[in-house]
Write a protein that binds this ligand. Structure first.
Ligand SMILES: *Cc1c(COP(=O)(O)O)cnc(C)c1O
Length: 407
């Protein structure tokens, strides 16, 4: 998929539009599988929340992946995509017992991340095996906004509460068939991650009925030149070997599971927006596009960096721009960025737009959410239509206030 392909997609489907390259998704999936090739039983659960279009889920199903889900609705999407419920894991945080029960009824593997629900669920459904989410209190992630492993984190059951877990398991007669951790996004240091896995192995050894250990995700991908990314091949080599040794001492081969989102889809995505206006102020040149944080919130929410290219004028002279959106409050995609000279009407392409971009889009300012296109087999396939006024009004009940008297 080259610039010309992207431009023709923008022409045909309009802007703004999300475009995903299936080849990149497949390549990342295969890269992950071969990195962990030494592990006997490997299962990759794609984290649906990163990009939840049903065609993307079907692509993962075809690749043999399972799904990692965080809501009943994501579970239902996965089932609608035809994914075997046994290959879906439900890893929510702070949801009700009722929601967990509904998911368990569908035959989906549930993962419990607090003692209260563990005790309630185990008392009511001792025959349904559960996985438990452990917080090893190791912060692998570099970004404090998205880190989930530290001591005050709301995620997981503290490693210091293992005796309590064991007591609940014994008292209820329930089965723990998996242990899980997800230390946070953005693993910069493999050593830190491996240290956390040692804590998980130590925990795992305390449970007799394990079928799998889920090591979560947080595999980092580069967003800009010079970015550190997780050395997945090195991690795969070291962790597979350690996992096999664990299986030996455990007395049985169990499954090694991961649940990456970003690693699998981030780099596959391009977000295309058209420049509405080039505005020169005394100090800055603004390029204002036909989109905003309603469609791509990561820069405003996390300060995330997304590469921006002017694909209408790729060979132009580089100039400095602040790229901004049309939302009526501060809405900045990038400050002081070198981009080849921009003319009104040009199409800008934002990179790393596969993960947490469309899935976080909203209708703020009553704008339509963009279309989504999948580049597959050398052609563009529309996988979600741009919204219309019907979507904006959907479900709204209109009161007419005919009797209202203004005194
Ligand atoms: C969001 C999430 C993931 C995926 O994280 P990435 O950084 O996108 O790989 C995995 N596991 C759980 C429990 C999550 O909440």
């Amino acid at each position: 998929m080259n610039n010309q392909d992207l431009l023709s997609i923008a022409r045909e489907h309009g802007s703004p539009v999300y475009v995903y390259d299936a080849n990149v998704i497949v390549a990342q999936y295969e890269r992950l599988v071969s990195a962990f090739a030494k592990a006997k039983n490997l299962r990759i659960h794609y984290a649906v929340k990163a990009l939840s279009n049903i065609s993307i889920l079907k692509l993962f199903k075809q690749l043999g992946a399972g799904l990692d889900t965080v809501s009943l609705q994501e579970v239902e999407l996965g089932l609608a995509a035809g994914v075997d419920p046994k290959k879906i894991i439900f890893t929510p945080n702070g949801v009700s017992l009722e929601e967990i029960e509904k998911v368990a009824e569908k035959g989906v593997q549930i993962n419990i991340d607090n003692l209260s629900i563990l005790e309630q669920f185990g008392s009511k459904h001792p025959r349904t095996p559960v996985c438990i989410r452990i917080n090893p209190h190791v912060m692998a992630g570099g970004n404090a906004n998205i880190s989930v492993g530290h001591i005050d984190s709301k995620f997981g059951i503290s490693i210091h509460q293992i005796p309590h877990i064991l007591r609940i398991v014994e008292n209820t007669g329930m089965t723990v068939n998996g242990v899980h951790m997800h230390t946070g996004s953005d693993i910069l240091d493999i050593g830190v991650f491996l240290y956390a896995t040692e804590i998980l192995f130590e925990t795992a050894a305390k449970f007799k009925d394990l079928e799998f250990i889920d090591f979560g995700s947080g595999f980092k991908v580069p967003y800009k030149e010079g970015d550190v990314s997780t050395d997945i091949e090195d991690l795969g080599e070291q962790l597979s070997e350690r996992f096999n040794a664990f299986c030996k001492s455990y007395g049985r081969d169990i499954t090694m599971a991961f649940e990456p989102g970003k690693f699998l889809v981030s780099e596959a995505g391009h977000f295309l927006a058209q420049v509405n206006v080039v505005k020169q102020t005394t100090s800055t040149v603004f390029a204002g596009v036909d989109s905003g944080f309603n469609h791509l919130i990561r820069p405003m929410l996390y300060g995330s960096y997304h590469g921006i290219k002017n694909i209408s004028n790729p060979g132009g002279k580089n100039r400095f721009y602040s790229v901004v959106g049309y939302i009526c409050e501060t809405d900045t995609f990038a400050n002081n960025r070198q981009i080849s000279e921009i003319t009104e009407g040009d199409i800008l392409s934002f990179s790393n737009a596969g993960a947490y971009c469309f899935s976080m889009a909203s209708n703020y300012n009553s704008r339509y959410r963009p279309a989504e296109v999948l580049w597959y087999d050398g052609a563009a396939h529309l996988i979600r239509e741009r919204e219309t006024m019907k979507d904006i009004l959907k479900g709204q009940h209109q009161l007419n206030f005919e009797e209202l008297v203004i005194s």
